[in-house]
Write a protein that binds this ligand. Structure first.
Ligand SMILES: *Cc1c(COP(=O)(O)O)cnc(C)c1O
Length: 484
């Protein structure tokens, strides 16, 4: 399988090079030249596979320059003990409504599925290409990505990772997850500012030729771990297949009949993986794109106009607080072609908006539905799901449940549950109408008592874990920190 830039069909790379580069040289994202088709006999065989073996099969169709035996062992290592046997766990919420719990990994967010695997793909690509430099990963994070990346890259040979998060901008749990990270090759910095300050600072370092030259002298090259990398998208295709098979097995769907998925969306990576699964031949009905009050995608699917020139809202689902949804560019490329995609991305960069014609919008809405829910609706959903169905979810997943309820048809609906409710114990307690103690750990305990559920061991253990990183830096000091 070859890959090319979303903005230029002639700018090509193999899978390893695409993963190593992240972004194509023209600023586009790498997409596969074609989507591999899976025939019914193969689908039938895949039904019987455990998660890691299924992952190796899906990956092998896209990552054809990797040794299949390597992919099998990488999938085993990524999806074994770290997920405690709960990879792709599907919970029945009530008749016709299911929750794909993607937060049983080491950091309790779905990003573990990509970030437990992609680092291994990166290290292998470097070996295969004979590269001997140290790769330094820089990450600006509002919370979930930072910890998932730290957990994925810690201890890997030839890799260093530095994470920058907004001081006082994350939950206490999220901060401690990062500040207690073990490993000799990790660094964590709190930035005295908001997420934008951290992100702007990190982006500047990536664009800084003098910084690159200085690092080059020390045989270090910068790389990013964000979700525009194909290596983060491809592992997410797997769980759509796995969830479908489990749903059929549990009697929730007739095997072969369409199933809808509702996905809490920010950068459009998680839901786009479902679109690839559908194009490969999985019987997916609608992919419903659920947004919070930052509903730029709802408007785009409804009107054909993407307009990022709008107020930015800070919500209780911070990982979805995004106005430029990077992975949408991949869908646009498949629908519009490279030339038109390059043109609309230029319009977006220059004026903050672009439009697609009615035919393109029709092609998109044949596969995608959409909707949004604000913080109050998400909180009400947390309360309603728990009161009616005894099912507890986090604020991101709650946005998707709220939208899913409005968009359900006769087809079964699977909501992708992207984070453990215990990552946001104060907001969840509040949504349940309970008193909220000041600290996250007291809130965690209260949430256990109120709901009769158990906090993930890895989060509870944070209270006693030694804090390794306490440094708070000014946004202006990000460059120096990144070059240390
Ligand atoms: C990252 C994240 C999302 C959004 O996923 P995208 O792939 O960016 O659309 C949703 N929920 C949680 C908890 C996340 O961490």
């Amino acid at each position: 399988m070859r890959y090319h830039s979303t903005r230029d069909r002639n700018l090509t790379a193999n899978a390893g090079a695409a993963i190593l580069q992240g972004l194509a040289p023209d600023g586009g994202l790498y997409v596969p030249d074609s989507v591999p088709a899976v025939d019914p006999a193969t689908l039938d065989r895949w039904r019987a596979l455990p998660y890691d073996a299924l992952a190796a099969e899906v990956l092998a169709l896209y990552l054809t320059d990797y040794d299949p035996a390597f992919l099998r062992s990488a999938a085993q290592q990524a999806y074994g003990a770290a997920f405690g046997g709960k990879t792709g766990r599907l919970a029945r919420v009530r008749d016709g409504l299911y929750s794909l719990e993607l937060w049983h990994g080491p950091t309790c967010a779905f990003k573990d599925y990509a970030l437990q695997l992609m680092p291994r793909l990166l290290v292998r690509a470097k070996q295969d290409l004979g590269r001997t430099e140290t790769t330094r990963i820089l990450v600006a994070t509002s919370g979930d990505t930072g910890k998932a990346a730290l957990a994925g890259y810690a201890g890997l040979p030839g890799i260093e990772i530095s994470v920058f998060y907004p001081n006082a901008g994350t939950s206490e749990i999220q901060r401690l997850q990062m500040a207690t990270q073990a490993g000799d090759n990790v660094r964590v910095f709190a930035v005295d500012g908001n997420f934008d300050d951290a992100q702007t600072g990190v982006k500047r370092v990536f664009a800084d030729a003098a910084a690159a030259a200085e690092l080059e002298k020390r045989n270090i090259r910068l790389s990013s771990a964000n979700s525009i990398n194909w290596g983060r998208l491809v592992p997410q295709i797997v769980y759509y297949f796995y969830a479908y098979f489990r749903l059929a097995e549990q009697g929730g769907a007739a095997y072969g009949a369409p199933v809808d998925f509702c996905v809490p969306t920010g950068n459009f990576g998680d839901i786009l993986a479902g679109w690839y699964a559908k194009k490969m031949g999985l019987p997916v009905g609608r992919l419903v794109c659920a947004s919070n009050k930052n509903n730029v995608l709802t408007d785009f699917f409804t009107t054909g106009v993407y307009d990022a020139r709008r107020e930015f809202y800070k919500t209780t689902s911070p990982s979805m607080d995004i106005l430029i949804s990077s992975n949408l560019e991949r869908l646009l490329c498949h629908v519009l072609g490279e030339e038109k995609t390059a043109a609309v991305m230029r319009e977006l960069a220059a004026g903050g908006t672009f439009a697609v014609d009615a035919a393109a919008r029709a092609a998109i809405t044949a596969d995608f539905g959409c909707g949004w829910a604000d913080d109050a609706a998400a909180a009400a959903e947390i309360g309603a799901r728990f009161a009616r169905d005894g099912y507890l979810c986090d604020p991101h997943t709650a946005v998707a449940f709220a939208v899913a309820e409005r968009r359900r048809t006769a087809a079964p609906m699977v909501v992708l549950s992207t984070a453990s409710p215990y990552k946001f114990p104060r907001d969840v307690l509040d949504a349940l109408g309970k008193p909220v103690p000041a600290g996250d750990f007291a809130a965690m305990q209260a949430l256990e008592t109120v709901t009769g559920t158990a906090a993930p061991g890895s989060l509870r253990a944070l209270q006693a874990a030694p804090v390794r990183f306490t440094e708070v830096i000014k946004p202006g000091a990000i460059r120096a920190a990144a070059l240390r």
